[in-house]
Write a protein of this length. Structure first.
Length: 115
């Protein structure tokens, strides 16, 4: 079993920035894929960003260059730097990890962007 612990969420004004962190309970050196999804109230969960073992990244269309995903294998942590946040980015953000042994999710962290 793998635990994913998210941190860094909170409330910010429109145009502001936040950095989310997700620390895994085991090494991510050989992880297949890791990243973030989000779910706004009344909407389906959607991809925000992922990064794989080859450091290839995928971003949701709505990101439009505002977010950057990165990983620090020494800390078993993936980061999501979010800039130019807008009220539409308000959602619960979930960390996701795909290991050889299966898929894992964090408990979710709230991000609220005020006008």
């Amino acid at each position: 079993q793998v635990q994913l612990v998210e941190s860094g969420g909170g409330m910010v004004q429109s145009g502001g920035s936040l950095r989310l962190s997700c620390q895994a309970s085991r090494s991510i050196f050989s992880i297949w894929n890791m990243g973030w999804y989000r779910q706004a109230t009344g909407k389906e969960r959607e991809l925000v960003a992922t990064i794989n073992s080859g450091l290839n990244t995928v971003y949701g269309d709505f990101v439009k260059g505002r977010f950057t995903i990165a990983r620090d294998d020494a800390k078993n942590t993936v980061y999501l730097q979010m800039n130019s946040l807008e009220p539409v980015d308000t959602a619960v953000y979930f960390c996701y990890a795909r290991f050889r042994t299966g898929d894992y999710w964090g408990q979710g962290i709230q991000v609220t962007v005020s006008p």
